[in-house]
Design a binder for this molecule. Structure first.
Ligand code: AMP
Ligand code: GLY
Length: 433
């Protein structure tokens, strides 16, 4: 089969790396891809938002299946465009249509979906400028800290957690006043959930589903979860507290009603669902849905799938996963993201990088893998081109051993301003429940 992966991050490199292992993968393309995907696939220049360029790429390369990495093209209706185009409608497609993508594209839609289908989540209400007085009254009923969420896509920055009632009221006004653009026209205010987070990944055909390995993400820039939020600084899979008992609750209370909800609401959903969960004293609550895989969780999760991902993707896109069985490695995965100094605020680009090649060959059985995120080729050199530069993953047994290996390997990577968190996995190593 000819496969096209859309996107350019570490997530897409990891997905492409896994697909490449399938004996059914004849030609692998990434659009736009990155220098990492260039080693295993053909990169095609173009933006994931340029639907015409995507169509040209699919027809020109006789693509059989498209796998969408980021949410933007889905929220903007790429799947709907394929369905409505006589030349594209028979191309297999992994990712929901515009309606399903609202689960990520609108927090209000996601909360209504969960309420309608009795899926556990934080109590909430949604407000606009016209209902500001009611919003203040609702905040007054809640206890600190206060959680405010811009309804629309805000590049992962639209959630504010505030300690004082006054700050919450001020920020509510800022959000409605355009702090996050139109995304904040509607604001969801919700109850603060206390607990520990885990990311659960599901591949669904809209009828049935496979549960992928779960992962824990480290979102803050600083060690000990301090400092600004980032796209993600590391990941660990499996997650010690997401044991069989907890995951059974997740499946019964969340995954099943979510997929049933698609059927009841007539949402044609064939693709990944990333469920951000809070474990509150052993019970799972949904914090958010995403209609894609997580980054950097994917760089850990993909390395633990021992079965044929392409076969699973084809089955999901065809609408029937009943013949598929996912095989998950008992070995764990630990991923550390190397970033550019200054990230997530201003940082330099174009720093020449050395050493990353010596870490691994990205072979299926290599213990250390390097997934590219923000890298580019310039004058024959590998250079940094983004905040998150590389995601390094090691596989093995025991977080302690994985941590030792990964941090010694990361020493081999050199570029000006290199930074990574040194505490990835440490909290799980000492986790007492
Ligand atoms: P989101 O963009 O929805 O993932 O939210 C960003 C982060 O804010 C989450 O990963 C959580 O750490 C935190 N968060 C969101 N909603 C809540 C909530 N209701 N209670 C506690 N923390 C939350
Ligand atoms: N790592 C979190 C995300 O991809 O949204």
């Amino acid at each position: 089969m000819n496969v096209l992966v859309l996107g350019s991050g570490g997530r897409e490199h990891a997905i492409a790396w896994k697909i490449k292992q399938s004996s059914n993968c004849s030609n692998l393309f990434c659009m736009p891809g990155n220098p990492g995907t260039a080693q295993i696939a053909t990169n095609i220049a173009g933006s994931v938002k340029d639907f015409d360029a995507i169509k040209e790429c699919v027809l020109g390369n006789k693509i059989d299946i498209v796998v969408v990495g980021p949410e933007d093209p889905l929220v903007f209706g790429l799947k709907d465009m394929f369905a409505a185009d006589a030349d594209l409608k028979d191309v297999l497609f992994v990712g929901p249509g515009k309606k399903g993508a609202q689960l990520e594209g609108s927090k209000d839609f996601a909360k209504e979906f969960m309420t309608r289908h009795n899926i556990p989540t934080a109590a909430y209400r949604s407000f606009t400028k016209d209902t500001l007085a009611e919003a203040d009254a609702f905040l007054e009923q809640l206890e600190a800290p206060y959680v405010l969420k811009a309804d629309g896509l805000a590049a992962g920055k639209g959630v504010l957690i505030l300690e004082s009632l006054q700050e919450a009221k001020d920020e509510l006004r800022n959000m409605m006043g355009g702090k996050f653009g139109a995304a904040g026209n509607t604001v969801v205010i919700e109850q603060f959930l206390k607990g520990i987070e885990v990311s659960v990944f599901v591949l669904t055909s809209g009828k049935d589903y496979l549960i992928l390995p779960e992962a824990k993400d480290y979102k803050r820039i600083g060690e000990g979860d301090k400092g600004l939020n980032t796209g993600g600084m590391g990941a660990v899979s499996p997650v010690v507290f997401a044991d069989a008992e907890f995951m059974a609750k997740v499946e019964e209370r969340i995954i099943k009603p979510t997929v049933e909800g698609f059927k009841k609401d007539d949402i044609d959903y064939k693709g990944f669902i990333f469920i951000g969960l809070m474990n509150c004293g052993g019970d799972p609550y949904v914090i958010e849905y995403n209609v894609r895989m997580g980054d950097p969780e994917t760089e850990a999760v993909m390395t633990r799938i021992d079965s044929d991902l392409l076969s699973h993707l084809v089955a999901a896109a065809k609408g029937d996963l009943s013949g598929e069985q996912i095989k998950i490695s008992e070995d764990g995965a630990l991923t550390v993201v190397c970033v550019s100094g200054g990230y997530p605020e201003d940082y330099k680009k174009g720093m020449v990088m050395t050493g990353s090649e010596s870490l691994s060959h990205n072979g299926a059985d290599s213990k250390v893998k390097v997934f590219h995120s923000g890298t580019a080729m310039k004058d024959g050199n590998l250079v940094t081109s983004g905040g998150r530069v590389l995601a390094v993953t090691v596989n093995g047994k025991g977080i302690e051993a994985q941590r030792e290996l990964i941090y010694s390997e990361i020493e081999k990577i050199q570029y000006e301003g290199k930074y990574c968190r040194r505490d990835i996995g440490l909290d799980l190593l000492n986790y007492k429940g």
